[in-house]
Design a protein around this ligand. Structure first.
Ligand code: TXA
Ligand code: MG
Length: 349
């Protein structure tokens, strides 16, 4: 199959192109598109066959449910058994935006879309290209991140093309995404709403709107026996090809340790990638050194993380040493992704 890549200007959307993309989805096909978090791989969420094509293209396990993307709040009620009381307040505060809510599904949503679950994850993205595509496609787009299963999520159309070229008919290229980490997922079917995946919308922000919010205990500890409630969080996601280790602690000590480990690895004949910050990169003398951004600029760190992991894959480094980024606001989300990519290998100095 030939894959077309069409540039779309989000400030001046070409409606003809969007209508064509919508037609592909209405006919059961797949279209990759930008959202504010990461690129998604979209299909008609209300069609079992269309959802099935997503799993095939990504090589995704079929028990891992998809997020249904909508463009109007009322469309949530059309696919839910009932709309939980907190959903309206959360939507007023954060939709359109990087928040996914889990509710009980009704029979309109096929089990192929929800990986066999009786609940459905729903999100209204804020990227105008995504919203226009949803409208042109009939209102409900099932979309996981548009990467091959097990690769970092795509933050640029080029990443999507590398993973899915020849497997899908169309990629809408809206340039680099704004946030760079997948949406926060909150489960509203629990007595106390529970965060299943941390993201740009933090627990503090959610608590301000709906009161008590818990975090899935299965997310927190690496050695926990508890399975994460979001099936996708149990897979080794976001994994670069190289062995990744995080070095945590006082800045001076971290830099010294990374320099020491890099020298040792290079002496063994290995190629090393280093993820530092604007403040530290000049102090690394060996290896392929990249800055993820300024340490105080949490948004830049989130935005650059997946691209850097992919770049190291392309360079074919054997080992990556990264500083740790437990920054105040979205640090929990950044570290959740980095720790998974590192298989929880952390060295504290
Ligand atoms: O930002 C995002 O959410 C992006 C963009 C494209 O919208 N999408 C995304 O989708 O990250 P995906 O498929 O890569 O991740 C969806 C996560 C998976 O971990 C999945 O297991 C979980 O959501 N999930 C989906 N439906 C669920 C449900 N009914 N119950 C529990 N977890 C669910
Ligand atoms: Mg994903």
């Amino acid at each position: 199959m030939r894959t077309d890549i069409v540039k779309i200007d989000r400030n001046n959307i070409d409606i003809k192109e969007m209508r064509h993309a919508g037609e592909i989805i209405r006919e059961g096909g797949l279209v990759a598109f930008p959202t504010e978090t990461v690129y998604g791989l979209g299909a008609d969420a209300l069609s079992a066959e269309a959802s099935g094509r997503i799993y095939a293209a990504k090589g995704r396990p079929s028990d891992n449910p998809l997020i249904v993307h909508i463009a109007e709040f009322k469309d949530l009620a059309a696919i839910a058994q009932q709309v939980p009381s907190q959903a309206q307040a959360l939507a007023d505060a954060f939709w359109p935006g990087p928040l996914t809510m889990i509710v009980r599904k009704n029979s309109k949503v096929p089990y192929e879309t929800t990986g066999g679950m009786d609940t459905v994850a729903v999100r209204m993205p804020s990227d105008p290209i995504a919203l226009e595509l949803i409208r042109q496609s009939g209102g409900y787009i099932a979309a996981p991140s548009a990467n091959t299963s097990g690769k970092p999520s795509p933050t640029m159309a080029e990443h999507v093309a590398l993973d899915l070229d020849g497997k899908i008919p169309l990629i809408l290229d809206g340039g680099p995404v704004q946030i760079g980490l997948e949406s926060t997922i909150i489960d509203l079917t629990e007595e106390i709403p529970m965060i299943l995946r941390p993201g740009y919308i933090t627990r503090e922000m959610l608590t301000k709107v709906i009161g008590d919010v818990e975090t899935d205990p299965g997310l927190i500890a690496a050695d926990s026996d508890r399975k994460p409630k979001a099936p996708g969080m149990k897979y080794k996601h976001y994994a670069p090809k190289a062995d990744l280790v995080l070095i945590d602690g006082d800045e001076e000590k971290v830099v010294a340790k990374i320099n020491e480990l890099t020298a040792e690895a290079e002496a063994r004949g290995e190629r090393v990638g280093i993820i530092g910050t604007d403040e530290t990169i000049a102090r690394y003398s060996r290896g392929e050194v990249v800055s993820i951004g300024a340490r105080e600029d949490e948004d830049a760190i989130a935005q650059h993380l997946y691209r850097i992991l992919r770049e190291f894959d392309d360079l074919g480094v054997d080992r990556i040493y990264s500083e740790s980024f437990a920054t105040p606001r979205i640090g929990q989300a950044i570290m959740n992704r980095l720790l998974k990519a590192a298989g929880h290998q952390v060295l504290t100095v």
